[in-house]
Design a protein around this ligand. Structure first.
Ligand code: C5P
Length: 212
């Protein structure tokens, strides 16, 4: 049986993970978060004190790495890792390395019914022939408000204006980078996630039932 591939792209803090998890649980598809691979690589480079400006040093290190885990972990969720992950994500050879690992994982797990994969280039570059491509759109102000609430609820200090500024800067960086910039993938359905989650789910449901 053919494996189903659903791709979820969108800017930072647009709710890709929540939507992917929902789809994964409801339709029994495996969720892969491509950002985790960039973060795991960032952790290795930090531990091994790799000079991020030195392409040869990075390439040499990549040659030593056989695989990276998609497993979630708190260790890779901090600001330092986020920064390094987005620094290394600009290199085409790093992206090729990570994309290959994603193909390998999907190919190796033939027993899995299908995958829902989220990131910033999944429908546009990595799985161009996906069965369904979704692009999540949310105003920067709403994304900042949600992130702010998340941080405050978890007991962290936070300033709304700073979060909004960071989100806007990350958007510019993601959309204007030379390698695999964030775009609405060809053939993708744009999902408006400004409102309630219920409203978002309503927009998605029929697209998924149509391909299953
Ligand atoms: O999604 P997350 O914030 O975990 O991703 C970490 C970093 O990895 C992002 O800031 C982005 O620069 C990079 N990334 C990417 N392409 C993806 C997933 C993540 O460039 N498909």
């Amino acid at each position: 049986m053919k494996q189903i591939i659903i791709t979820i792209d969108g800017p930072a803090a647009s709710g890709k993970e929540k939507i992917s998890k929902y789809i994964s649980n409801k339709w029994k598809l495996k969720h892969l978060d491509s950002g985790i691979l960039y973060r795991r690589l960032a952790l290795i480079f930090l531990k091994d004190k790799i000079n991020l400006k030195n392409k040869n040093q990075i390439k040499k290190k990549l040659n030593e790495i056989e695989n990276l885990s998609f497993r979630k972990s708190k260790v890779i969720r901090n600001q330092e890792i986020s920064k390094v992950a987005s620094e290394i994500a600009v290199y085409s050879f790093v992206r090729i390395f990570i994309n290959k690992l994603q193909f390998k994982f999907v190919k190796k797990n033939k027993n899995i019914l299908g995958f829902v994969i989220d990131g910033r280039d999944i429908g546009s570059v990595v799985f161009k022939k996906a069965d369904l491509k979704l692009y999540i759109e949310v105003n920067p102000e709403i994304r900042a408000k949600r992130r702010y609430k998340q941080l405050i609820d978890s007991g962290e200090k936070s300033i709304y204006q700073k979060i909004l500024k960071d989100i806007k800067l990350r958007d510019i960086k993601d959309k204007t980078r030379k390698e695999s910039p964030l775009v609405i993938p060809k053939g993708a359905h744009v999902i408006n996630n400004n409102g309630s989650f219920l409203n978002t789910v309503k927009q998605i449901k029929s697209f998924i039932t149509n391909i299953l």
